[in-house]
Design a protein around this ligand. Structure first.
Ligand code: BES
Ligand code: ZN
Length: 585
């Protein structure tokens, strides 16, 4: 027996799933899916088959001929969920599991009409990364086992169902609609994704459309008008786009991430609709995952930096190519600020091991280990390699890397082995062990410079003149606010707000960066806006630092706890889980 992924019961000596056939009926009353999953193996096999599940109520397991098979569902492990062990007769080509999901399924959020933009229809969506697919489908929930799939969802006829797959058809059957899809490219299970709601679409390019609720779709079409330009840059950098379409679904506000790179259909938070097109970078990031992540996938969560570090690197290249070098430098500097804060926090919390690129996560929930480290330290490591060998050679290396590992799952060791082979000596030159297994950020980390950045830094935390600050882009504001030495004085905060009306900013990145500065300065005129924000967005990137800031001041602890009590029920289950420890104790 060999269990290779610390977050899965998958045993590499057992039959491996090649394809999934999935049918589910969406029950908005009881918040469950009544479903049937057929797992077809690469080769017929026999003996024990271990699957990952979480909260599934398994009714029956049958063989290819429909005969019942013996199965045992273990008691759940708090991180992994429950192992489902099926005993296969020799030569079994497939099995079918009939089951019902739990109303508490960690991958699903069921929204009432009141929690949507339109207020008339409910909404359901999935978020499977890193290890939540098992709460929706019993399967081998590890990126090492890629699957193709065919899926069918039965939903209320008033709603539209979407999947991160190729649409096949929609058929009306009385009060319900049956929609179906096929996913011909093999994907890691964490990329299994769907949403059901009152959504509509607008084209934004030859390969792209945006989906959103009716009241939001025009804003989304405007905000993401440049998607195709990004696709073109992505293809220049990485080679042909392999997933046919690149569509974007704007989620309801409770979506816990900025974006999720579900293949063919990226999910994004509505906080990207800033009205200034600045957040199309998040879309660029999710697009870049089409190569780094969806094509070449981290073998498990301990190698997450291979997904996110590479994708952050690509995001930066796309920003550079579409917005210019100065914008790229600012973007890189923002990343560095976020990284430094995360590293400082992990050191303070006594968890310096989470500042490594290669992590050790047995017994640890990947959602708890999540931070900027794999993103920005990973990206800096790649930039250090690039600086050493030069961009032209590094670009050849990127193409070779993709050609070598596409549709595979790799570890840090695989990456290092390949890098040593193609760029001999480069790893030693940048001191790769310090990046991979060392704590913190190595001193040889590349630093990006630009005149815009120098101008912001030369302010040294003083308040910019009206003519200067009013011309700043959202990124310049964010960088300024992230860079001012904390805490600024009450008077500085007040002057900033009166001069630039920061509390009324509608770009959430700028607003959130400002609220953190103001809270630290005890400029409490921002408290009402802060409390409101905690009830209007579910994106963890905003919720976590704001809750932390409130909890760090004895006099605002009660504000944080009250806000959490009021809003917890409408937060996503993952957000609820990661914020609970922040507001307790
Ligand atoms: N794949 C991630 C989101 C994710 C990570 C979901 C881990 C679940 C577990 C996505 O690509 C991402 O990185 N999103 C960022 C975007 C940003 C880096 C531009 C986010 O959500 O903020
Ligand atoms: Zn990402």
């Amino acid at each position: 027996m060999a269990r290779l992924d610390p977050h899965s019961y998958t045993d590499s000596s057992q039959p491996q799933t090649r394809t999934l056939r999935w049918r589910a009926r969406v029950d908005f009353e009881r918040h469950v899916l009544d479903a049937e999953a057929t797992l077809v193996f690469h080769q017929p096999g026999g003996g024990a088959l271990d699957l990952d599940t979480r909260g599934l109520d398994v009714h029956a397991v049958t063989d290819a001929a429909g005969a019942p098979l013996a199965f045992a569902l273990d008691a759940p492990d708090p991180v992994l969920g429950a192992r489902l062990r099926v005993t296969l007769p020799e030569g079994s080509p497939s099995i079918t599991v009939r089951y019902r999901t739990s109303p508490e399924a960690t991958a699903l959020q069921w929204l009432s009409p009141a929690q949507t933009a339109g207020k008339r229809e409910p909404f359901l969506f999935s978020q499977c990364q890193a290890i939540h697919a098992r709460s929706v489908v019993p399967l081998q929930d590890t990126p090492r086992v890629r699957i193709t799939y065919e899926a069918e969802l039965t939903v209320p006829a008033a709603l539209r169902a979407l999947m991160a797959a190729a649409f096949v058809k929609r058929e009306l059957q009385g009060a319900t609609a049956v929609e179906s899809w096929t996913m011909p490219q093999p994907i890691a299970p964490y990329l299994f994704a769907f949403a059901v709601g009152d959504v509509t679409s607008r084209d934004v390019g030859p390969r792209s459309r945006v989906w959103a609720e009716g009241s939001v779709v025009a804003a989304a079409q405007w905000e993401f008008a440049d998607i195709d330009a990004h696709l073109v840059v992505g293809e220049k950098l990485f080679g042909p786009y392999d997933w046919d379409r690149f569509d974007v679904l704007v989620m309801p506000p409770s979506f816990p991430y900025g974006g999720m790179e579900n293949p063919r259909l990226t999910f994004v938070t509505p906080t990207l609709l800033a009205g200034d097109r600045s957040q199309v970078r998040v879309v660029a990031h999710e697009l870049a995952h089409s190569w780094t992540g969806n094509l070449i996938t981290n073998a498990d969560a301990e190698h997450f930096w291979l997904n996110e570090g590479w994708t952050r690197y690509a995001e930066l290249r796309i920003v550079e190519a579409t917005e210019g070098d100065d914008a790229g430098a600012l973007h890189a500097a923002l990343g560095r600020r976020g990284l430094d804060r995360a590293v400082e926090r992990f050191f303070k919390e006594g968890r310096p091991e989470l500042t490594r690129l290669r992590t050790h996560l047995a017994g640890i929930d990947p959602d708890d280990a999540f931070s900027e480290v794999p993103y920005d330290k990973g990206c800096l490591f790649l930039l250090a390699l690039e600086a050493h060998v030069g961009r032209p050679r590094f670009e050849v290396f990127i193409r070779e890397y993709i050609a070598r590992f596409r549709f595979g799952a790799i570890t840090t060791e695989d990456f290092l082995g390949f890098t040593e082979e193609r760029l001999p000596g480069a790893l030693a030159a940048v001191d790769a062990p310090a990046w991979i297994d060392g704590h913190g950020v190595p001193a040889n980390a590349p630093v990006s410079r630009s005149t815009l950045l120098d101008a912001i830094e030369s302010l040294g935390g003083t308040v910019p003149d009206v003519e200067v600050g009013s011309k700043w882009s959202p990124t310049e504001w964010q960088l300024y606010l992230d860079s001012v030495p904390h805490p600024v004085s009450y008077d500085t905060a007040k002057l900033l707000d009166t001069r630039f009306d920061l509390t009324r900013k509608t770009n959430y990145e700028v607003l959130c960066a400002w609220l953190l500065v103001a809270l630290d300065a005890r400029y409490d005129a921002v408290l009402p806006r802060t409390e409101a924000l905690l009830g209007e967005v579910g994106r963890m990137k905003f919720l976590k630092p704001v809750y932390r800031a409130l909890m760090s001041r004895p006099d605002t602890v009660a504000v944080a706890r009250r806000a959490f009590e009021r809003n917890a029920a409408s937060y996503h289950p993952i957000a609820r889980m990661v914020i609970t420890p922040l507001v307790s104790g």
